[in-house]
Structures are given as C-alpha cells and as structure tokens.
Design a protein around this ligand. Sequence first.
Ligand code: GDD
Length: 409
Amino acid sequence: EVVAVIMVGGPTKGTRFRPLSLNIPKPLFPLAGQPMVHHPISACKRIPNLARIFLIGFYEEREFALYVSAISNELKVPVRYLKEDKPHGSAGGLYNFRDLIMEDSPSHIFLLNCDVCCSFPLPEMLEAHRRYGGIGTLLVIKVSAESANQFGELVADPVTNELLHYTEKPETFVSDRINCGVYVFTPDIFTAIRNVSTQRKDRANLRRVSSFEALQPATRSLPTDFVRLDQDILSPLAGKKQLYTYETMDFWEQIKTPGMSLKCSGLYLSQFRHTSPNILASGDGTKAPTISGDVYIHPSAKIHPTAKIGPNVSISANARIGAGARLISCIILDDVEVKENAVVIHSIVGWKSSVGTWSRVQGQGDYNAKLGITILGEAVTVEDEVVVINSIVLPNKTLNVSVQEEIIL
Ligand code: GDD
C-alpha cells in the first residue's frame, strides 16, 4: 500500500499571500474553483493502491474539518488532517506523525508541498522510483537560470538520474534544475530524519560542555525536533546513491503570492480542458453568457446573458455578474457582485465585495510583480464609475475615487 502526505504549513507561513490569507487558510484558497490543496489531493487518487491521505499543518483543526470530510466522501479515500502543536519543519512535521503514517505499513510515502501547481505525475514517479531503488525520488524541472535561486537547485546524473548535489536557494548559481516539492520515499526516510535530530541532540550536549557552538553557526538556534527536508536531508544524502530524480516536462509553478494564484488558476483551468472538460463553462444555451477560453462558474452564481467572460476566469458561489459586464483573467470569490457594464481584468475580487456600474478593476497582468494584479480584499466596495488599477485594497474599504499603483490600508 501507499500513503500520501501533503504539507499545508500554518498561519505564520504564507504572509506573502495577504490580504487573501486574512480570510481563509492559503491551502483552501480556490484555484480554478477548487481549494488549492484539492489539486494535489485529486492527483493522489491516480496512485495505485493508495490507502489514505494525510494533511499535516499547524492551522486549527476546525479550519480543515469541513473540507476534509467532504473530500473523503467524494474521492472515497480517507483524508485526515493532522495538527502539529508548533512548526517542526517540512521533515520534522512528517516525522512527528510517523506512527499514524506507518499504521497500514505502507511500502511508499508520497510527500507533497501544498503550494505548488503542476500536473503531479505521481504514478510515473513511483514507477521510476521502483526502477532506481534508494530511499526517495524527487520531482525536478528545468527553469530559467535567473529564477532558479528561489528554489532548491540540484545536479543529477544524466544517465542514472541519481541526485548528485543539492543546495537550497543558493546565492550563486548551481543549476537550472530545481526541486518541485513533490517526493516519493520508502519508510527509510524516517530513519534519515531521526539521524538528523539525534546528531542535533549530540551537538547540543557538546555545546553545553565546550565552545563548539562557534563552529556551527547555521544550526545553532534550531530546536532538535525542527528538521527541514531540503537542507537537513536532501543536501547530506545527495551523491550517496540514496536519492534519485524524475524530471517533468509539463507545467510547474510555486504559489506564494496572490499574483501566482491567478496564474495557477489559469493553468489548472486549462488542465481541466483535457482531464474533465465538463467542469468548465460551455456558454451553450439561450440564457448563457458569452464564454471565451477556459472558465469555471459555480452552479449557484448568476451571470447575466449579456456578460462576456473569459479566458482564465473562475467565479465562486453566489456571485452575481450584471448585464454587459466584462471579465478577463480573474478570480471572483463568493458573494461578489459585479454590476452592469463593469470591467474586471487581471484581478482577484474578494468575498462579498462589489464593483459598481461602469467601474473598472484592472491589473497589468504581471503575475510576479508586487502590484502586477489588482486585489480587492473581503467586503470592498468600488462605487460606480471608479477605476482601480494595479492596486491592493484591504478588507472593508469603500473606494469612491479612482486609484492607481496604491496599497489602500
Ligand atoms: N506541516 C508543516 N509544518 N508544513 C510546513 C512546515 C512545518 O513546520 N514548514 C513548511 N511547511 C510546508 C509549507 O506549507 C509548504 O507546503 C512546504 O512545507 C515547503 O515549505 P518551505 O519549507 O517553507 O519551503 P519553500 O516552499 O520555500 O521551498 C521548498 O519548496 C520548493 C518547491 O516549491 C523547498 O523544498 C525548495 O527546494 C523547493 O524548490
């Protein structure tokens, strides 16, 4: 049997996701109409002999309770949220729950970061891992040399695919192959993590009796039960015939900011075009609005037939879109109202917000820039005929004058 573990982090992480993370844990923010974490979870469903899925994080349990029970029923695979009392790091969090994870004696354990967007080629990785042997296989991708330093950079043997060298977010360029945050391990990973914390304890004891501390500045302040998968496990195990790589040629992105969530919503919508086109809006029927490209509309949303929607638009529950409205590349959250002839482009419109008639909410569409898209937090009112460009508006604000390149606090 196989189990999957998805690391969801907690409220002290994901601060770059504000103001959207003020309302909802980042892993539950909707991309293509489904919670972010839903995409890796449904990819796990394709793993042969999958017994169960765990989410590990330090959010309150009740924040995930509804979603976890709904998705368990839907997929017919038990999905369980495990709450850490404090952050233990990506490997420490896994280790903390080793008894529960090993309950069914799985032969393999998938470990996925919740904040990556890709096609999750999990069955293919498992097959490759079985061929390679060793304790784990990492998903890798080639990125541009300029962007590689935001990730774990690695060197793999071009013939055997063995991981030869690994450096987390290096200051000087190592390689344009990076760690995608998607792994498959054998249960030996737990021994590897235990060894790291044992070494830490030994060092801590040594420090008490000597001035050893000065020699180990990097690990000085880390608690013994805090273990990072990348620096503490992957780096030291590289080049020891223990870890291997599987390179994806498909799409991959990391979702740290609202801008990237808008981009990834589009990537998942276009994936739905191939995997489950029935989820997408068709624009057929006499009362349907004009749809172009990939669009998701929640069944409870009310869209005026003269509205024009798409591409890359996702509209959540109970939203109302008025006559003549134009939506392009945006995420419209629950209970939003977009009034007649309003335009929303390259923007995220927060829960219960309203955009007035003939108003314009727009970003330039640079998903990596701080003000590259416009974001309205929860319950923001944009009055009639107001233009909001490349701005971030915090919750509960009313805009009665036009703004550009501003953060409205
Ligand atoms: N449960 C739990 N507890 N989850 C955690 C903790 C923790 O203490 N710390 C981090 N996570 C989760 C995050 O929510 C995220 O899903 C994942 O673990 C990795 O987060 P970070 O450790 O903050 O690393 P990162 O996202 O900056 O970079 C990692 O992922 C990149 C791919 O997206 C590294 O592994 C990079 O090498 C890699 O390229």
